[in-house]
Design a protein around this ligand. Sequence first.
Ligand SMILES: C[S@@+](CC[C@H](N)C(=O)[O-])C[C@H]1O[C@@H](n2cnc3c(N)ncnc32)[C@H](O)[C@@H]1O
Length: 235
Amino acid sequence: MTGGKEEKRERVREIASEHYQRGDVLGWFEALYKEAAGDNEVIPWADLEPNRYFRRWVEEHGLKGNGERALVVGCGLGDDAAYLDDLGFDVTAFDISPTAIEWAKKLHADRKIKFEVMDLFEPFRGWTCGQAGSLRSGGFDFVLEIYTIQPLPIEMRQKTMDAIAAFVAPGGRLVVVTRGRGDDEEVDELPWPISRRELAWFQDAGLEEKSFVVYPSDEDDEPERFVVEYSRPAN
Ligand SMILES: C[S@@+](CC[C@H](N)C(=O)[O-])C[C@H]1O[C@@H](n2cnc3c(N)ncnc32)[C@H](O)[C@@H]1O
């Protein structure tokens, strides 16, 4: 596909809006991956390499997997999952789009990553843990979420964060990478950046904020990125 990032994002907004008008807020991801028909250039976020801001954060924080169980939320084509695999995690990654997961499996066929089709609002049994203090167990040692919250409707934001927080096991960690905005800054078009005030919902969901890093965007006219690390207290 030829055309710049903005042109691609415009097509994404068109597909999303067609689905929204039918009351379907999640179906457009599969429609977009299908329309791409194997051409990653059609998908604005699919650049076949790990997220640059996450990689910078990893290098600055010296993150290592040491065989811990990691989960990648909304993994798309799986490049961040492959990066966690390189860092030594035992990686599971999921996405709601069957086409994305099939594509990711082909791209990373030489790796042991477990790719699954799953809606984060309907998690598999054993993938989540209860709130702090609950007797339920499950969850992952390390959870990575990059750009999955921001394209979902703002009205669903707290529910989305609750669902993601539930994947973090007692003593486990979550890292979130997102476009950021000021608390009182209005949002206009998709993808809708996240404010610090909204991110505090992760704390309401039982997590503790460990670090909050702001990186300037490396593209013109793009918001800065927040990379935030949380942990769930051990039982
Ligand atoms: C903006 S893309 C980001 C993909 C990837 N994290 C990246 O940074 O390249 C958001 C991803 O979340 C997936 N997604 C959206 N809603 C989801 C849901 N309810 N459950 C699981 N995945 C979802 C989409 O299919 C899409 O691949």
